[in-house]
Write a protein of this length. Structure first.
Length: 549
C-alpha cells in the first residue's frame, strides 16, 4: 500500500481511527482517576568501617563493604528487619506484604543503600522508610564481623532521612493518557486498514467488476418523499444525472441503438423501480416515443409510484384477456405510455418467457422508440434473465455502500449466461459530496430572457396546465370546432395509437410548452384547468393522468 492509498484509507475510514483513540484516552483517564494514589519516600543509609590503622586497612575494608552491599540491601526485605518495623509502627500487615512495599537499591560505585517505600499515605511511607533504615543498621551490626574489642566491623548510618511526598508517584495521569492515545491510534489505524481491505461493498470509483458505470445518482433526502423527477425535482441534480444516463444509453452504440432496455439489480432494495420510472420520464421529455413496462410481477412498484391502475396490465395482455391498446395508460404531458403489471400470477418466470411475451416485445419495438422494462432482481429469481435474453441490453442498478462485489459479479454472470447484453451499471444513492459540487455553479433552470409571449398572450416556458397540441390548435382556431372537439376529447388524448405515434408540432397560434414534466406534480390543479389562448377547459384526474382503454 502506497502512502497516498494509506492516507486515502484514513480519510475514508477516519472514524475507525478516531474511536479507538477516544476510547484509549478515556480508558486511561478513567483508570488513573479510579486508582488509589500511591506516595513514595526514600531513606539513604551509608555503610563504612569505623576503625582502620592504615590506608591499606581502609582500602581493604572499603572493598569488603562494597562486596557485601547487595547482601545488606537484600536484608531490608526480610522478616528479620520488617517484623520489628511492623511492631514498632503498629502496622496492620505482614512482613510478606510489607516487603512488597519496600524497594532497596545499591550501586556498585558507592556504599549507599537507598530504601524506597510506597504507601497510600505519604506520612506512613516516610515513617516506614526511616524505620526500615534504622532496623537495617541494627541487623547489619549484629551480622557483621567483630573487631578485637568486640565492636561491629561495619558502621551503618542514615545519611538521608525520608520526607513525606507532596504528590503521588502513581498513577501518572499524563503518561497514562498519552500511552492510551498512542495505543488507540495504533489499533485504530489497523482497524481502518483491515476494514478497507475486507470491505467488498461497491462504492464510487470501484472498478473491480468489468462493466462500465453509466451514471452515478447522488443520494437525495427528498427522494424518499418525492421519488419521481417531476415539478421542481425535474430541475435537481438527480434529474441531471438521469439526463446523463439517458445520453450515455443513446450513444452506447449509435449503429445498434438500444430500443428495448431491461433495468434490474442484483438484490432487492437497490432502487431499480424508481430508476426505471425516472429514466422513462426523462427519455419522454425528448421526441422519443417511450413505453414503460412493469415486468416485476412479484413485487410491482412502478404503478404505485405513478399512481396508475394495476388491475389491467402485462399479465392481462399475455393471458389474452385484453389488447395492448386497452392495457396501455398515458402518463404525464410528454406522452409517456405505461403498461402496468396487472394481476400478480403464480408463474411469473414462465409467463415472461412465453411466446406471447416475445410477440408483445416485437409489437412494442415497432410502435415505440424506447421500451423500458422494470424487472425483479437477478439473483433471487430468473425473471430478469429471461426478459433480458429478448432485449437489446440490460442495465444493473447498484446501491452505493450496500451491494457487494460478489453479488454484482454473480448478477452479471447470470445475465451473460443467457447471452444478454450487459450495458453497464447505475450507481445509486452515492454520497452527494463531489457529485453535486457543480450545482452551485449550474442549475437546470429556464432562462428568463428566453421567455416569449405567443399570440394568445401566454408566455413560453410558463408553468401551466397540460394541453395537447390538438387541444391548443382547437383553442386557437374557432372555425374548426368539430375537428378540434375530437382532438381535445379525453378519449382522443388517451388513445394508445395516438400516443404511439410522434406528437404533432403546435400549430400557428398554439401555446408553446416547455418546463418539467407535470403529469404527477403536486402543484397540478385538481380539475377545471383553463388553457390560455381560447378558454378551452381541460379536465384531469387527481394526478393529471390520462388513461387509455
Amino acid at each position: 500500500m502506497s502512502l497516498l492509498e494509506f492516507l486515502t484509507v484514513l480519510r475514508k475510514r477516519w472514524a475507525y481511527a478516531l474511536v479507538p483513540v477516544i476510547l484509549g484516552i478515556g480508558g486511561a483517564a478513567g483508570i488513573s482517576v479510579l486508582s488509589t494514589p500511591i506516595y513514595q519516600s526514600t531513606a539513604d543509609v551509608y555503610l563504612s568501617l569505623p576503625y582502620a590503622s592504615s590506608a591499606s586497612d581502609l582500602f581493604q575494608g572499603s572493598n569488603y563493604t562494597q562486596k557485601q552491599l547487595a547482601s545488606f540491601a537484600a536484608l531490608a526485605t526480610t522478616p528479620v528487619v520488617l517484623s520489628p518495623v511492623i511492631e514498632k509502627l503498629a502496622l496492620n500487615t505482614t512482613p510478606e506484604k510489607l516487603a512488597a512495599q519496600v524497594t532497596p537499591s545499591a550501586s556498585n560505585d558507592t556504599v549507599i543503600i537507598s530504601l524506597a517505600v510506597a504507601d497510600p499515605s505519604a506520612e506512613r511511607a516516610a515513617q516506614i522508610a526511616d524505620a526500615v533504615a534504622s532496623q537495617l543498621g541494627v541487623v547489619v551490626h549484629e551480622l557483621s564481623p567483630r573487631n578485637q574489642d568486640g565492636s561491629s566491623a561495619i558502621d551503618v548510618r542514615t545519611v538521608q532521612p525520608a520526607v513525606a511526598a507532596a504528590s503521588p508517584s502513581s498513577p501518572k495521569t499524563t503518561r497514562n493518557v498519552g500511552a492510551g492515545a498512542l495505543a488507540g491510534l495504533f489499533l485504530g489505524v489497523l482497524l481502518a486498514v483491515a476494514r478497507d481491505r475486507f470491505d467488498t461493498r461497491i462504492r464510487v470509483g470501484d472498478t473491480s467488476v468489468d462493466v462500465p458505470t453509466l451514471a452515478t445518482i447522488a443520494v437525495d433526502k427528498s427522494a424518499q418523499r418525492k421519488p419521481l423527477l417531476i415539478g421542481e425535482a425535474g430541475r435537481s441534480t438527480r434529474a441531471e444525472s438521469f439526463r446523463q444516463l439517458r445520453t450515455n444509453v443513446q450513444f452506447l452504440d449509435v449503429d445498434n441503438p438500444v430500443q428495448i432496455l431491461v433495468i434490474t439489480s442484483a438484490v432487492a432494495g437497490e432502487g431499480k423501480s424508481t430508476t426505471s420510472a425516472n429514466l422513462a420520464i426523462i427519455c419522454a421529455e425528448t421526441t422519443q416515443r417511450v413505453v414503460l413496462i412493469e415486468a416485476d410481477l412479484r413485487r410491482p412498484r412502478v404503478s404505485d409510484y405513478l399512481d396508475l391502475e394495476r388491475s389491467v396490465g402485462l399479465t392481462t395482455v399475455l393471458a389474452g384477456q385484453a389488447t395492448l391498446d386497452e392495457a396501455l395508460q398515458r402518463w404525464g404531458e410528454h406522452g409517456l405510455m405505461v403498461l402496468s403489471s396487472g394481476a400478480v400470477p403464480p408463474n411469473p418466470s414462465e409467463l415472461l418467457g412465453s411466446q406471447h411475451m416475445s410477440q408483445l416485445l416485437s409489437d412494442l419495438r415497432a410502435r415505440f422508440d424506447l421500451v423500458v422494462i422494470d424487472t425483479p432482481p437477478v439473483l433471487p429469481v430468473t425473471d430478469a434473465a429471461v426478459v433480458a435474453a429478448e432485449a437489446d441490453g440490460a442495465m444493473l442498478v447498484v446501491r452505493c455502500g450496500k451491494t457487494k462485489r460478489a453479488q454484482l459479479q454473480r448478477a452479471v454472470q447470470s445475465l451473460r449466461v443467457v447471452d444478454a447484453r450487459v450495458l453497464g451499471t447505475v450507481l445509486n444513492m452515492a454520497p452527494s459530496r463531489g457529485i453535486a459540487s457543480y450545482q452551485d455553479e449550474y442549475r437546470y433552470l429556464a432562462e428568463p430572457s428566453l421567455t416569449r409571449t405567443s399570440s394568445s398572450g401566454t408566455s413560453a416556458g410558463e408553468v401551466g396546465p397540460t394541453v395537447d397540441a390538438g387541444e391548443s390548435a382547437a383553442a386557437a382556431s374557432s372555425d374548426a370546432a368539430a375537428s378540434s372537439d375530437a382532438a381535445a376529447s379525453p378519449d382522443a388524448a388517451a388513445s394508445p395509437d395516438a400516443a404511439a405515434s410522434p406528437r404533432p408540432a403546435p400549430q400557428s397560434g398554439a401555446t408553446p410548452q416547455s418546463g418539467p414534466a407535470r403529469g404527477a406534480g403536486p402543484t397540478d390543479p385538481d380539475n377545471g384547468d383553463t388553457a390560455a389562448g381560447g378558454g378551452t377547459t381541460v379536465k384531469k384526474n387527481r394526478r393529471g393522468v390520462r388513461r387509455g382503454g
